[in-house]
Structure formats: structure tokens, C-alpha cells
Write a protein that binds this ligand. Structure first.
Ligand code: AP5
Ligand code: MG
Length: 185
């Protein structure tokens, strides 16, 4: 069966960067929860407008909202390898993902944690100039607090299931990519 993996890590750790490389170089289909929300927002849908209020203050969009969006996207996936970027971010989301993948006779093959220290991620985010409304130093710090509180419990969740692969993300992107590839073997 084709691999299904998720990239975990603090904001600015390089999830989007590594997910794009998996798509371009290894043919993975990419499903990014943040990108889905930003697209909905740009399109001005009810979902996008609702999500914007949370995103702009660095908070998580409520589980029921994001789970509905991502599960719908999962239903549309083709049969090849898939990389999730930014989902799940809470234990409730991880349980919903397990159920949805089970329904499609898929399972999660690995949860790859790209670990980067707090000071480095804030530096990267404020230096990124993509015009994202949540890329101020203040919002980046709030996103980090939310990460430690809401998302870090997934490290234990996936360790217990023997799916966690830890990667030192505080190195250049090529070195991180080598480790991501090794984690897939
Ligand atoms: P999301 O879009 O997922 O943002 P994030 O997790 O805060 O992470 P970023 O996209 O900022 O960083 P990244 O890890 O992708 O790193 P990148 O590759 O860009 O979520 C945004 C918001 O949407 C959330 O706050 C929430 O409101 C909502 N949301 C999304 N998913 C949700 C969910 N599941 N539940 C609830 N709410 C949800 O890299 C960062 C920068 O560093 C770039 O400039 C890059 O070029 C650079 N860089 C990358 N790798 C390296 C490297 N190795 N060395 C040096 N620089 C590097
Ligand atoms: Mg990203």
C-alpha cells in the first residue's frame, strides 16, 4: 500500500518546505490544512471567514471545523502516497484521522516530527515575507504557545503507536530532507 505520512512540528519548522519537496521529488499528494484554510479565506467562503478570526490571532480553528474540511479532502485523495502538513494538531484530530483513514483502508505509516527550538522558529517566521497575516513576532509566539499546549501531546500519542520519527529540523533544508527520506524507509 502507498505511504500515508504526517509532518508534525512547531510553526516555522519547515513542514511546508519538506512537504513540497516530497511532492516535487517523490510524487506525494500534498494535503495542507493551513493551505486549505487560506484558500477558503481567499475565496471568501463562510468557512474561510470563520477560520480567519482564529488564524489571525494564532489560535487553532475549532476541531469540528477543521476535521470536516480535512476529512472531505481525504475522501478525494487518489490511491498514491500522501503527505499531510499541519494536520492533525490535537489528539481529537488524530483520532478522527485514524477513523477516516481506516474507512479508506489506509493507515498512517509515520508521524514525522520536525523539531526546531522556539527562538529559531520565531526568527524564521518573521523573516519569511509571504504576506501571511499571522507572521508577526507576536502571533508567532502565540502559535508556539498553542503548539506546546495543544499539539505536543501528539508526540506521546504517536510514540505509543510506534509511528513517531524525530528529526532535528534546525539544520539546512537539504539535511532535513535526507532524514525525512530515511524515516520513510
Ligand atoms: P499552518 O499554515 O499549518 O502554519 P504553521 O504550522 O504555523 O506553520 P508554518 O506554515 O508557518 O510553518 P511550516 O512548518 O510550514 O514551515 P515553512 O516550511 O513555511 O497553520 C496556520 C494556521 O491555520 C494555524 O495557526 C491555525 O489557525 C490554522 N490551522 C491549520 N491547521 C490546523 C489544524 N489542523 N487545526 C486547527 N487549526 C489549524 O518554513 C518556515 C520558514 O523557514 C520559511 O521561510 C522557509 O523558507 C524557512 N525554512 C524552512 N526550512 C528551513 C531550514 N531547514 N532552515 C532554515 N530555514 C528554513
Ligand atoms: Mg506551513
Amino acid at each position: 500500500m502507498d505511504a500515508t505520512i504526517t509532518l508534525l512540528g512547531p510553526p516555522g519548522s519547515g513542514k511546508g518546505t519538506q512537504a513540497a519537496r516530497l511532492r516535487e521529488r517523490h510524487g506525494f499528494e500534498l494535503l495542507s490544512s493551513g493551505d486549505l484554510l487560506r484558500e477558503a479565506r481567499a475565496a471568501g467562503t463562510d468557512l474561510g471567514l470563520r477560520a480567519a478570526r482564529y488564524m489571525d490571532r494564532g489560535a487553532l480553528v475549532p476541531d469540528d471545523v477543521i476535521v470536516a474540511v480535512v476529512l472531505e479532502a481525504i475522501e478525494r485523495l487518489a490511491d498514491g502516497p500522501v503527505v499531510l502538513d499541519g494536520f492533525p494538531r490535537t489528539v481529537a484530530q488524530a483520532r478522527a484521522l485514524d477513523r477516516a483513514l481506516g474507512d479508506r483502508a489506509r493507515g498512517l505509516d509515520a508521524a514525522i516530527l520536525i523539531d526546531v527550538p522556539d527562538e529559531e522558529v520565531v526568527r524564521r517566521i518573521v523573516n519569511r515575507h509571504h504576506g501571511r497575516s499571522d507572521d508577526t513576532a507576536e502571533t508567532a509566539r502565540e502559535r508556539l504557545r498553542v503548539y506546546h499546549r495543544e499539539t505536543e501531546p501528539l508526540v506521546e500519542y504517536y510514540t505509543e503507536r510506534r509511528l513517531l520519527r524525530w528529526i532535528d529540523g534546525a539544520r539546512e533544508a537539504d539535511a532535513v530532507e535526507d532524514d525525512v527520506r530515511a524515516a520513510l524507509q
